[in-house]
Design a protein around this ligand. Structure first.
Ligand code: MN
Length: 735
């Protein structure tokens, strides 16, 4: 339906929004600021003059709204207002970055450039998205205002999502919940984060959203009465003691109510903490802490506190800058109520994020000691140390956005903040890479603990090191921070490379001694003899003494190895083709398990094939041996003794028991072995031949040998075992 547009009405509308922006920004403006904002507004108005949004309104209303959010809801200053007004100019109009720089200076240009670069859509799971994301974080470490304005941009787009087609709504909404809401949370923009989540719900699950919104509305009367009754004594006492304060009782966001209902599996009526009481104090900064505790004392004089629910983020702010004192107390009607106590300044930070407090000067400098700066430094560090693919990186980073934190201290009392579930080893790497690499264990609160000790809030951690200590593969299981993991992997890789060099030296010396040429042919002979596929591994194992160097001589003169094929070139996926090729040579096919069999066969102990496996026969002096095509020795047999390969398959009618090995890993707990064996013997009626379980540092690893009928039978058992509580991995093994 076409609407008639009155240019006069439209101009007035635009001016109304612009004046509102100036009014909100006014208290923070100085010098030439107002002129600069006016210039940016006129530039943007002119550049976008032919454009309209999907809703039909003039485009300029969007940059105006983004600037309004930036100043009003995030607390940003003039540079950000100017950048917000210009944020779509380079992307959507003939304006170029150099134009912005010429007219508005390098700082604004840099922010607009950052915003233009990250304008691509973040489609989950694509590497393009991940690259975009990485770019976004790089700009973040240059100037965090890029991300803050980006979040403002996204908030306005979510608020005006109605006019978008359905598929775009879903895409933008899921991108928001996937990335922008967690980012807002991490930057301490609680109000925006909650609104983004609620809007996400509104567009993706409209029915649930409407239902909960109605319920919150309907319960408002009763809730307000309850709140009034609850706060009255507190209110009177605070007045009597001469506090300047405000008390709010605000319902939680729809999204967080829903999350609670689902997590605790309760109905709306059973969610007890639908709202929190907030006491906001007007006190000078130097009296904040004392005042908060004074109010705590008053509140708990009237209501019994729950000692497990006291949170002191006044003494130790959260990493995103959040400061507040939380307590949960019992009301007179027997309901638990959360009370948040904070100063006006803390409330500003909690609502608008750290930027509100930190009020960029136009130099853009950040207070060096601020926690936000520490976080940005951490992001930068992750970007620098991480060498995984962009996609992996993104997942890892997202996980870091969500995780809770654990606070621990060095012996000198320095605070170290790590993700929840971090270990003593993570702590060591956080202090310094060298300390991590030589970490022996830790003294936690004066008590000796292993590397894998999981840190708890308030732990005092002294890392014990030794010059002789070396990282092992096992360490990777103990750490959860990407910093520690990357450093350990780097070390292991370098170590392997160095050892392989030593091994190569040993081999070369021996060849020299034997007077044999060091060439590819001879290398291939050695690899074939030792059943190795890659020279690096070969040298490495020689250096460790896992392969016997004395056998080198034998390998070079082994008559069985006539063809110096290159087994190292044989990729696992070429197996099947190879088998096919060799199988074709002989016409007769061995049918295993047939009553009228022509062949004598035995089952190879190295790979324990069972019916259902892909197999082949191998002729030996003692008859034919059946191997799996995936047997570790298969490559060698096929490449060197092709003439001894016999095609083989299983007969269909078979009721025999075959031996198979299962490897099982997981976190140890009482009763685990019992659970595992019960499933094997009782539920599945499988005969076990042996079981060994080793437990180490909370982890267990076991090998179980069982008799099964075929692969179906075995897979069923593997599936059942993998469901056992604590079991992380179950797999069949060859030998
Ligand atoms: Mn925009």
């Amino acid at each position: 339906m076409a609407t008639l547009i009155d240019p006069e009405v439209e101009r007035n509308e635009i001016l109304r929004h612009y004046r509102r922006l100036l009014r909100t920004a006014k208290p923070y403006l100085s010098g030439n600021d107002a002129k600069l904002i006016k210039k940016a507004f006129n530039t943007s108005l002119e550049a976008h003059k032919e454009m309209r949004r999907k809703s039909g309104e003039p485009y300029i209303l969007h940059p105006l709204a983004v600037a309004q959010i930036a100043v009003e809801e995030i607390g940003l200053g003039t540079t950000s207002i100017v950048a917000a007004l210009l944020h779509d100019v380079v992307e959507d109009t003939p304006w170029e970055i150099s134009d912005v720089e010429r007219e508005f200076g390098p700082r604004v240009a840099q922010i607009v450039d950052g915003l233009t670069k990250i304008s691509g859509v973040f489609e989950y799971g694509t590497s393009e998205q991940a690259e975009n994301f990485r770019k976004m974080l790089l700009t973040l470490s240059e100037d965090v205002r890029v991300i803050l304005i980006k979040i403002a941009d996204r908030l306005h787009n979510m608020r005006t999502l109605d006019s978008m087609p359905r598929h775009k709504q879903l895409k933008i909404a899921s991108e928001t919940i996937y990335l922008y809401a967690p980012l807002a949370h991490r930057l301490g923009l609680y109000a925006i984060k909650s609104e983004l989540e609620d809007l996400y719900l509104k567009y993706t699950d409209t029915e649930v959203y409407n239902d909960l919104t109605n319920k919150v509305r309907q319960s408002r009367g009763a809730r307000n009465r309850f709140i009034k009754e609850f706060v009255t004594p507190i209110d009177e006492e605070l007045k009597a003691q001469g506090f300047g304060f405000e008390i709010k009782g605000r319902p939680k966001s729809i999204y967080s109510i829903l999350r609670k209902m689902r997590k605790q599996n309760v109905t709306f009526d059973e969610v007890y903490d639908l709202f929190a009481i907030r006491v906001i104090l007007d006190v000078p900064q130097e009296q904040e802490k004392a005042a908060c505790w004074q109010v705590y004392s008053i509140v708990t004089d009237f209501y019994q506190p729950n000692p497990d629910r006291l949170r002191d983020w006044v003494s130790t702010p959260k990493a995103n800058g959040y400061e507040s004192l939380h307590t949960t107390v019992m009301s007179r009607t027997g309901q638990w109520v959360e009370v948040q106590i904070r100063s006006r300044r803390m409330d500003d930070i909690a609502e608008k994020g750290y930027a509100a407090h930190w009020k960029y000067k136009d130099t853009g400098s950040v207070q060096p000691e601020s926690t936000l700066e520490a976080w940005i430094a951490k992001v930068r560090e992750m970007l620098e140390t991480n060498n995984s693919s962009a996609l992996e990186f993104m997942d890892e980073f997202r996980q870091n956005l969500f995780v809770k934190e654990v606070y621990a201290f060095t012996p000198k009392g320095k605070l170290v903040i790590l993700p929840d579930k971090a270990t003593a080893l993570d702590f060591a790497f956080e202090i310094h890479t060298h300390i991590g690499l030589q970490c022996l264990g830790a003294k936690v609160n004066q008590k000796l603990e292993p590397l894998s000790y999981q840190l708890r809030n308030g732990d005092q951690v002294e890392i014990l090191t030794s010059q002789k200590q070396r990282p092992t593969e096992e360490w990777l299981q103990y750490v959860i921070t990407s910093k520690a993991r990357t450093k350990i992997k780097d070390w292991l890789r370098d170590d392997k490379r160095n050892k392989a060099e030593d091994g190569r030296f040993i081999v070369e010396k021996r060849l020299e001694l034997l007077g044999v040429e060091n060439n590819q042919d001879n290398l291939n002979r050695m690899l074939a003899h030792f059943n190795m596929y890659n020279p690096q591994d070969f040298y490495y194992r020689i250096a460790l003494g896992q392969l016997d160097g004395r056998e080198i001589k034998e390998s070079l003169f082994d008559p069985a190895i006539e063809v110096p094929r290159i087994p190292s070139m044989l990729e696992p996926k070429a197996f099947d083709q190879e088998v096919q090729k060799i199988r074709g040579v002989r016409a007769d096919m061995l049918v295993i398990g047939e009553e009228t069999q022509k062949f004598d066969y035995t089952i190879a102990p190295c790979c324990n094939p069972i019916p259902g496996d892909d197999v082949f026969g191998f002729e030996t002096e003692k008859g034919i041996v059946i191997h799996r095509t995936s047997c570790p020795k298969a490559v060698e047999m096929m490449s060197n003794y092709g003439n001894r390969i016999v095609r083989a398959k299983w007969t269909d009618q078979l009721e025999l028991a075959f031996l198979a090995g299962i490897r099982i890993k997981g976190s140890d707990r009482v009763g685990l072995v019992n659970d595992v064996t019960r499933i094997i013997s009782n539920s599945l009626k499988v005969n076990m031949r042996s079981i060994t379980i080793d437990s180490n540092d909370g982890f267990f690893e076991g090998q179980i040998m069982v008799f099964v009928n075929d692969t179906d039978h075995l897979n069923k058992m593997i599936h059942r075992l993998s469901k056992v509580n604590g079991v992380l991995m179950v797999e069949r093994f060859a030998s």
